[in-house]
Design a protein around this ligand. Structure first.
Ligand code: OAD
Length: 252
């Protein structure tokens, strides 16, 4: 499916020197990774149902890490088998084409990193990076398939956890500071929200602030969200279709 962008949008994109992008699970849907909400989503899990959020919470990680790890193992297995798609690759191309590029992602699947994006703020972390709950050990998650029990630290045998934000935990302050510096203090010429239901204030605010500062704002999502009403362009296209068209419209 080829997307024809509105002519006015194409000419506005030609003048763009800086790009901010915010991604959610929808960008990885075309890689075969389930989104969180909606039918077949992670929160529609046949075993945990709507208790998945409880399984992925900090109190459960402390009290019953095996349960948290079973939920994490499912998410990581889907991601581990997946490959970056045309949407991820278009963002790599955009980063090459403009003077300043920042990618804020809520995804923990590591696909932006594997595709080759460089200036990434993975605000919710990355399931493939592990850390020990007791000592300073850090390492990769080698094989997420079939996890039934919480893995143990190779150094001190304590439970290890993925470097992700679980429910009930604060966002990492260093990443929040980068988000503020890159999106709030100096909004990019265009801010694009892709494949997210835009549920969290720190996801909505960069788009709002950019719009208030007179910057161009775009949403790419087949469905309507809370930000659809105030972006300049809501492209109801899959990310893998709309993002390559936007990347191509940016001048070299
Ligand atoms: P959601 O599952 O809430 O939303 C995914 C969005 O992607 C929906 O609005 C879909 O319409 C859209 N979508 C689906 N396929 C698409 C495609 N091919 N192209 C473009 N858009 C598409 O996922 P997130 O918004 O990422 O947090 O969820 C945000 C956070 O809520 C997650 O990071 C997770 C969750 O709780 C934590 O775990 C802390």
């Amino acid at each position: 499916m080829e997307v024809a962008l509105p002519e006015k949008l194409v000419s506005a994109l030609r003048a763009v020197r800086s790009v901010g992008v915010i991604t959610g699970a929808g960008i990885s849907a075309e890689s075969g990774i389930p989104t969180y909400r909606g039918k077949g989503g992670i929160y529609d899990d046949p075993e945990e149902g709507d208790r998945t959020i409880e399984a992925l919470s900090a109190p459960t990680m402390r009290a019953d890490p095996d349960r948290t790890w079973r939920a994490i193992g499912k998410i990581a297995s889907a991601a581990g088998d997946a490959q970056p798609n045309a949407g991820h690759l278009a963002l790599v191309e955009m980063e090459r084409r403009v003077e300043r590029f920042t990618l804020l992602t809520q995804n923990v699947d590591g696909l932006h990193r594997r595709a080759g994006s460089r200036n990434v703020i993975d605000i919710h972390g990355d399931t493939f990076n592990l850390l020990c709950t007791a000592c300073a050990w850090r390492g990769p998650l080698a094989d997420p398939r079939g996890i039934e029990r919480a893995p143990r630290c190779p150094k001190c045998r304590a439970v290890v956890r993925p470097d992700v934000v679980l429910f009930g935990e604060m966002l990492p302050v260093d990443k929040l500071a980068r988000l503020q510096a890159e999106f709030f203090q100096n909004p990019q010429d265009v801010v694009i929200s892709v494949g997210t239901s835009a549920m969290f204030p720190y996801i909505v605010q960069p788009v709002l602030i950019a719009a208030q500062a007179g910057r161009l704002t775009i949403e790419i999502n087949p469905d309507e969200t809370d930000i659809s009403g105030f972006v300049h362009y809501h492209l109801r296209q899959p990310a893998g279709v709309a993002l390559p068209a936007i990347a191509a419209a940016l001048s070299h």
